[in-house]
Design a protein around this ligand. Structure first.
Ligand SMILES: Nc1ncnc2c1ncn2[C@@H]1O[C@H](COP(=O)(O)OP(=O)(O)O)[C@@H](O)[C@H]1O
Ligand SMILES: [Mg+2]
Length: 360
């Protein structure tokens, strides 16, 4: 069997552009070059799609774009969205690995394009990506499965702009303080705020609505952060969960990607039956959302009550050197390049599994 051509998509128009570049560099370096010809395709912040054949480290440090523009003869314009060079590279490859975080990449939009192009790709399909990206909608599915999660209120931009106090009473009564404010479609803790008092709430909501039209306000959970890596299609497997011990007040953007001082503990040091509960709930949620390929499902463990509480799902979790997803599989004996092989195989298998048995 010859080498497979794999297009690795990186960057994107979301607030997590730079995180994606770091993730993609790890993926590109980790792919076994005896098995794959790798074609990196950068998605610039203005929407241009630019195949890039330069140094991999320039993807990580953000200097790839200028060279990619020269390579493809696509000068920068404000309007952007010159996608043809990238589309051509995708058409010529065997499979695509969208290493994209956030809106316009992790939310089903790129997945939809790849479906229309009949191209196999790594990871979740359109539905799971779209639902998993939207924290409010994910909650509807998780509630239907009876899995505990934080109480919450969904706040809308138009209401906040009309009257910045319009949610104060409902949130005070239903959730109390402190509480957490987060954009419904975000990641990497961008736009996430801890609200200490009722007085702080209106201004924080005004700030949060800049990141998203829809905002989730949650009761504060005084819990440890437990993360579970899931892999597979119809019969997924969950690795033993790990714990993140943030060094900041909560697991914010700086702590995730800049300071590098948060600590990961694998397996998480919680009772065995709680590890099992996390795994089993992670698998239930994965199946309920119709995930495929991979996802990382995050929970809180409340030490004083022993409750395991769902927090969020990441259908394209971080793949940086310090990311939990690959560490959790490494602890199961699956090294990084083997992990990438498996994810790619699931991408190819998904195409076959999704074929309708009844033909025209
Ligand atoms: N309800 C909550 N109670 C306590 N801490 C929270 C709550 N929601 C979020 N956090 C903190 O904020 C971080 C980021 O929130 P999260 O929902 O995981 O969004 P993101 O998609 O940005 O990672 C979490 O890892 C946790 O540290
Ligand atoms: Mg998170």
């Amino acid at each position: 069997m010859g080498k497979k051509k794999i297009a690795v998509l990186f960057g994107g128009m979301s607030t997590e552009h730079s995180v994606s570049c770091v993730s993609a560099t790890s993926v590109i370096k980790g792919l076994n070059k005896d098995k794959y010809d790798v074609i990196p395709v950068g998605l610039a912040e203005n929407g241009d799609w630019l195949p890039y054949s330069g140094e991999y480290d320039n993807i990580k440090n953000g200097t790839w774009e200028e060279d990619a523009r020269k390579e493809n003869n696509v000068p920068f314009t404000e309007e952007g969205c010159i996608m043809e060079p990238g589309i051509k590279a995708i058409r010529d490859c065997d499979i695509v690995f969208p290493v994209l975080h956030g809106a316009g990449g992790e939310d089903g939009t790129v997945q939809g394009l790849l479906e229309l192009m009949k191209k196999p790709y790594v990871g979740c399909g359109v539905l799971a990506s779209a639902v998993g990206m939207d924290k409010a909608y994910t909650k509807v599915v998780v509630a239907e499965k009876g899995i505990p999660q934080a109480k919450h209120v969904v706040a809308h931009r138009e209401d906040i702009l009309r009257d910045k106090n319009c949610y104060t009473q409902e949130i005070s009564e239903k959730l109390g303080f402190p509480c957490f404010v987060k954009p419904a479609n975000s990641g990497s803790s961008v736009g996430v705020f801890k609200v200490g008092t009722k007085e702080e709430l209106p201004d924080i909501l005004q700030e949060a609505q800049k990141y998203d039209r829809k905002i989730i306000v949650e009761e504060f959970i005084d819990g440890r952060e437990i993360e579970c890596a899931v892999m597979g299609n119809a019969e997924p497997k969950a690795a033993t969960p790990g714990e993140i011990k943030p060094s900041a007040e909560f697991y914010d953007f700086v702590d995730k990607y800049k300071s590098g001082s948060s600590i990961t503990v694998i397996p998480a040091e919680i009772p065995q039956e709680k590890l099992e509960e996390v795994r089993s709930n992670a698998l239930k949620i994965y199946k309920a959302l119709d995930c495929s390929g991979l996802s990382r499902v995050d929970f809180f463990y409340e030490g004083n009550t022993g409750r395991v509480i769902f927090n969020e799902i990441n259908t394209l979790p971080g793949f940086t050197d310090i990311s939990m997803y690959s560490k959790l599989w490494a602890a199961e004996g699956v090294d990084f390049s083997e992990l990438l092989d498996r994810l790619i195989d699931y991408g190819f298998m998904r195409i076959q599994e999704n074929e309708r048995i009844v033909s025209k």
